[in-house]
Design a protein around this ligand. Structure first.
Ligand code: NAX
Length: 333
């Protein structure tokens, strides 16, 4: 068997981590032959809860889980890690402006970036889940200059999974029959879920989704809105935000980053923009990517309609504003 790798989950006492830790420790991300040492990072008031999570992980009797390291010290949490799931963040409280939320999170992701820079492996893969995920990833990377920018990403996989699931449901096919649906831009309500490059397996034949669905008003209307507002719908029903599905999406994201994408398939990830598709350079923007040897590459030359251009512009503008606000908070600190 391989040597164990160290993997950290922040916000380890929270609700997403409660599902995520189990999925990782089962081998669903790094493989059934890869032993793991799990680092659980949270803040001091959560130490008691963290202890309970450690007990439960022990009680799961998981063969791949060699050791669990609960801590509130980022320098311990990030020490020698090969993969980092940054789930913990400051939640938006009632009446909080975006600037206040950004400001609180900038402080968290600055500390974590600095710790990653000091003690993590230089090829660590960092997935930011905690919101505002795209801009938190940008801030974190900013404070970890010794780790390549390509190793930081933000999660839009939950949005991708939601979009694919909507389409599978509408067409009455299994989820495995829907491919290459894209999430562009920010993990926020300005995101652009785009089915125009996607394909769907119907009666043994892969067809363009647009052709199979044959309802442009739906694809450019309620499909997009349903995905954009799905998080709010789950909160409305559950009185708590998406957790199980967010954990599954985080596993999917890291799994594909670690293991690669199948030929002809792509997935969406928030990554540093090189200006592709007219997006603002230097923000963390969700693009369709293909992955090989643990390196992602933005899928290029996809046709972009005027409708899509308008949507990309809105979400890109929001990300540029978030970046500018985050940078102004950083400058004033
Ligand atoms: P919880 O409030 O259940 O858990 C968050 C945990 O993070 C808490 O235990 C808290 O103590 C911890 N924490 C706070 N500051 C920390 C720090 N500096 N270091 C380490 N731990 C810290 O939230 P949960 O439902 O688990 O959601 C976590 C984050 O995921 C939130 O920011 C949420 O908005 C975000 N989400 C992002 C999604 C995405 O698709 N990118 C979807 C799901 C989710 O809404």
């Amino acid at each position: 068997m391989a040597e164990p790798i160290r993997v950290v989950v922040t916000g380890a006492a929270g609700q997403i981590a409660y599902s995520l830790l189990y999925m990782i420790a089962r081998g669903e991300v790094f493989g059934k032959d890869q032993p793991l040492i799990l680092h659980l990072l949270d803040i001091p008031p959560m130490v008691g809860v963290l202890e309970g999570v450690v007990m439960e992980l022990a009680d799961c009797a998981l063969p791949l889980l060699r050791e669990v390291v609960p801590t509130t010290d980022p320098l311990v949490g990030f020490k020698d890690v090969s993969a980092a799931f940054l789930v913990g963040a400051m939640p938006r409280k009632e009446g909080m402006e975006r600037k206040d939320l950004l400001s609180a999170n900038v402080k968290i992701f600055k500390v974590q970036g600095e710790a990653l820079d000091k003690v993590a492996k230089k090829d660590v893969k960092v997935l930011v889940v905690g919101n505002p995920a795209n801009t938190n990833a940008l801030v974190c990377s900013n404070y970890a200059p010794s780790i390549p920018k390509e190793n930081f990403s933000a999660m839009t996989r939950l949005d991708q999974n939601r979009a694919a699931s909507q389409l599978a449901n509408k067409m009455g096919v299994p989820i495995t029959s829907v491919s290459n649906v894209i999430i562009w831009g920010n993990h926020s309500s300005t995101q652009y879920p785009d089915a125009s490059q996607g394909t769907i397996l119907i009666n043994g034949e892969w067809k363009p989704i647009a052709q199979a669905v044959n309802d442009n008003a739906y694809l450019q209307g309620s499909f997009i809105e349903t995905v954009q507002k799905r998080g709010a719908a789950v909160i409305g029903a559950r009185k708590m935000s998406s957790a199980m599905s967010a954990a599954k999406a985080a596993c999917d994201h890291m799994h594909d980053w670690w293991n690669g994408t199948a030929p002809g398939k792509f997935v969406s990830m928030g990554v540093f923009s090189d200006g592709s598709y007219g997006s603002p350079k230097g923000v963390v923007f969700s693009f369709p990517v293909e992955i090989k040897n643990k390196q992602w590459k933005i899928v290029d030359n996809l046709p972009i309609t005027d409708f899509a251009k308008g949507k990309l512009n809105v979400t890109g503008t929001e990300l540029q504003e978030e970046k500018d606000e985050a940078m102004s908070v950083l400058d004033s600190n």
